[in-house]
Design a binder for this molecule. Structure first.
Ligand code: NAD
Ligand code: MG
Length: 390
């Protein structure tokens, strides 16, 4: 039988921003890709529309009750409808390429399933690497899986990193846009609203990562992500604010050469790189016109403005359970901020306190790591209650 010329794609977190960009590329290249499975958390309507359009073999809704209540939406879909966490883990091990685009630590176990099936994984879900980097990378080696970074900075580095001569790399610098509050008066930070925080100047993203960009926790998480993805020491990692988001990160070599990937700030570019790696495809993204940019600026980050970045850098240096705790506390705090339960400036305070109250002993297994994650979430919730009583 001739091999199927189409690459089959499973998208975990298909209803989000990364899911949108991935499906946009698949729509543009029907002669190259087909959808094997799509998963979503709660957005049943959007998933039903995508199921009808792409007719994948399987779709999964994480929320079992919503699935039961909305069966009627899927009458024009011919494939298999599944629900629950276990079903997401099952489809994570199916397809030629897995796009891991669930937000938060909720994506960890599906990523692990994909790794253990030896898959090629286009990894957007940075929180999985932040909370379980050592364990995931051990499994990647053991099962011969391939991680291709979707995150624009890591994708940029991946494109110019000489893996065969990694000792010749002297520094990785992640570029950051600085988010919407780069020049806002620091005295007004406590009155920042969720609406202001999610309005990112350059990128159109999900609400959690948008808040992380506004606090610059995102860049901190990305430093931890870079530490696991590339053979590099902690002190060889750096961050620079570059508000135009044209240079997506740089790799400095010991001879003084600096290599970088440039492009319009459009996630279709790094996603396409992963989808058809090592080939390059048309994306429809705006081509870069250097003359139009006129000026590129670079600023060192200020920790008074962005304390979350410092907390993440410290967590990376401390190691052990610190990144797991940092990530869990941040997820809970960001959720509370988005629901207007705490102030923008409380996010870093809550994360810092949670780190102080937590044990830093390194997780010994995934089960142990999930316990640490859960404990940090409980600690953060009680810190939120304490904040409200102040
Ligand atoms: P989003 O909020 O737009 O979408 C998240 C997706 O995950 C949705 O499909 C949602 O249904 C699913 N999901 C959420 N919680 C879930 C749960 N508990 N169980 C199962 N599914 C769940 O987020 P996004 O902006 O697409 O980001 C996805 C990931 O990619 C994040 O880790 C983010 O940091 C990373 N990332 C995003 C961008 C971007 O431009 N959006 C860039 C770089 C990295
Ligand atoms: Mg990024």
């Amino acid at each position: 039988m001739p091999a199927d010329p189409l690459k089959s794609i499973t998208i975990l977190g298909a209803t989000g921003s990364i899911g949108d960009s991935t499906l946009n590329l698949i729509r543009q290249h029907p002669q190259k890709f087909k959808v094997h499975a799509l998963t979503a958390h709660k957005n049943v309507r959007k998933l039903a529309a995508l199921a009808e359009e792409f007719q994948p073999e399987k779709i999964v809704i994480a929320d079992e009750t919503l699935f039961q209540e909305n069966q009627a939406l899927f009458t024009r879909y011919k494939g298999e409808c599944l629900s629950g966490k276990e079903a997401i883990k099952k489809v994570a091990a199916e397809g030629d390429l897995i796009v891991a685009a669930i937000v938060g630590a909720a994506g960890l176990e599906p990523v692990l399933e994909a790794v253990r099936a030896g898959k090629v994984i286009a990894l957007a879900n940075k929180e999985a690497l932040v909370c379980a980097g050592d364990l995931i990378m051990d499994e990647v080696k053991a099962y011969g899986a391939t991680l291709l970074p979707v995150d624009s900075e890591h994708n940029a580095i991946y494109q110019v990193f000489d893996f065969e001569r990694s000792e010749s790399v002297s520094k990785l610098t992640l570029t950051a846009s600085g988010g919407p509050f780069l020049t806002r008066d620091l005295n007004s930070f406590s009155s920042i609203t969720p609406e202001e925080a999610v309005a990112h100047p350059n990128w159109d993203m999900g609400s959690k990562i948008s808040v992380d960009s506004a606090t610059m926790m995102n860049k901190g998480l990305e430093l931890i992500e870079a530490y696991h993805l590339f053979p590099i020491e902690v002190d060889q990692l750096d961050v620079i604010i570059h508000p135009q988001s044209v240079i997506h990160s740089t790799v400095e070599y010991r001879d003084g050469s600096v290599l970088a990937q440039l492009g319009s700030p459009d996630m279709k570019i790094p996603i396409s790189y992963c989808l058809d790696y090592p080939n390059r495809i048309e994306t429809g993204a705006k081509k870069l016109d250097l003359a139009e940019i006129v000026q590129m600026t670079f600023i060192k980050p200020c920790y008074d403005r962005f304390p979350c970045l410092k907390l993440a850098m410290d967590a990376l240096k401390i190691g052990g359970a610190a990144p797991t705790v940092l990530n869990a506390a941040n997820e809970v705090a960001v959720e509370a901020f988005l629901h207007k339960k705490i102030k923008f400036t409380d996010i870093s305070k809550v994360v810092e306190k949670c780190l102080e109250r937590s044990d830093m002993k390194a997780p010994q297994s995934i089960a142990n790591l999930l316990e640490i994650d859960e404990k940090a979430r409980i600690t953060t919730s009680s810190l939120l209650t304490e904040l409200r009583m102040d």
